[in-house]
Design a protein around this ligand. Structure first.
Ligand SMILES: [Zn+2]
Length: 390
């Protein structure tokens, strides 16, 4: 009897226990609401900080002795990033700590989560402060074309972060160790060779600290690449699953997705900054801040500038998700062609159902999902299997 990919897909999906299905649907669909609610939270925080007038006071104080606009911009931006993180802390605890706990996706104690959040906040304050210092410099120098130069600066910033993150940032949050010897390592080495990643750059990291999910990633570029597999995957995934998952991640690396993303996100920044250029003045009036903020070049207007960017990001969600989803399909295809294990990929994908609804509708997938539904991905694997079985 010939292999029937539709029946094989249906059998895989039917193997998901009903309680896992129900929980995953609740977690995923509840997540949809976080998007508009998050935008409202941003709007309220913007309103509070603007009405409070603290950034305008800080700007005046920083300018008082002698006008040093860049130092004032850094101080105002760093203060705003820190303050808004504190004000939104209850919301962030709910979305990023409570929800994953409630749905059994994380066991991280609140204290550890907060400690890591503090490290993240310090990085955001420093890196964000420097970025906005640069952006306000561009706004002062190129009042009409800053959005174009700003997009270039954002692209360069993303590229720099991509290069330094594996070395300077990721070790602050997780421990990376050489992958233990054994059949799983041998299988990964064979896949890595294809992609030109040297053997000594294959690591295991304690991903279980944050998330109870099977995951791996490849980061770095220009010969500094490294493959990192979560300890959860090492403990809980079968050999074919590890091969298929690592094959997927190597696909992202080999197909140049990071550099493509730098270009994509630079283009998005261009549109967002251009929209801000056009809408900043009306937005300033909505928030009633036209008296204390002296135009776009005034860093005291940063909350309003970022609110306009957030609205743009909210509206662009389907575009952003669709861009990422296309890369995911390509990485699955790479895994199938190189790890050649459609069943390993399928069972690994079924584990992702814990945090991602298996069968979203077409429109639902386009709008909300940055990965294709598991059912669609398993079907692709089964169709690959059917083609390669003769
Ligand atoms: Zn992926």
């Amino acid at each position: 009897m010939a292999f029937d990919p539709a029946a094989a897909t249906a059998a895989y999906i039917a193997s998901i226990p009903p309680d896992v299905q129900a929980r995953s649907i609740a977690y995923t669909e509840g997540g949809y609401w976080l998007l508009p609610l998050g935008l409202i939270v941003t709007g309220v925080v913007t309103w509070i900080i603007v009405r409070w007038g603290i950034l305008a006071k800080l700007r005046d104080r920083a300018q008082k002795s002698k006008p040093r606009p860049s130092s004032a911009a850094f101080q105002v931006a760093a203060t705003y990033i820190g303050l808004s993180a504190l004000i939104t802390l209850p919301w962030t605890i709910y979305t990023d700590w409570w929800r994953p706990h409630h749905y059994g996706l994380s066991k991280q104690p609140l204290g550890d989560w907060l400690g890591q959040g503090m490290i993240g906040l310090v990085l955001n304050v420093l890196i964000g402060g420097l970025f906005f210092m640069g952006l306000y410099w561009l706004i002062r120098r190129l009042p009409r074309l800053w959005w174009l130069a700003g997009a270039g600066m954002a692209g360069a910033g993303i590229l720099l972060m991509l290069l330094i993150a594996p070395v300077f940032i990721e070790p602050l949050f997780n421990k990376y160790e050489p992958f233990p010897k054994g059949p799983a390592r041998d299988a990964i080495v064979a896949l890595a060779k294809d992609a030109g990643v040297p053997e000594d750059r294959i690591f295991v990291f304690n991903g279980s600290r944050q998330r109870d999910v099977v995951t791996a990633n490849v980061s770095g570029a220009f010969g500094s690449a490294r493959i990192a597999v979560s300890d959860i995957a090492v403990d809980r995934a079968s050999l074919p699953e590890v091969r298929a998952v690592v094959g997927h991640e190597i696909g992202h690396y080999k197909l140049g997705h990071s550099l493509r993303s730098v270009l994509f996100f630079s283009a998005m920044a261009l549109l967002a900054f251009w929209a801000t250029h056009r809408l900043f003045q009306p937005a300033l009036r909505w928030f009633g801040a036209q008296d204390q903020v002296q135009g776009l070049a005034d860093p005291a207007g940063l909350p309003v500038l970022l609110f306009v960017v957030s609205v743009f990001g909210f509206l662009a969600t389907p575009l952003l998700n669709s861009y990422i989803r296309i890369g995911e399909v390509e990485a699955d295809q790479y895994s199938l062609d190189h790890a050649r294990d459609p069943d390993g990929l399928s069972t690994a994908l079924l584990k992702a159902v814990e945090y991602r609804k298996a069968s979203p509708g077409r429109l639902e997938e386009i709008i909300f999902h940055d990965h294709p539904g598991v059912e669609n991905r398993v079907r692709m694997a089964m169709e690959w299997k059917a083609r390669h079985q003769k």
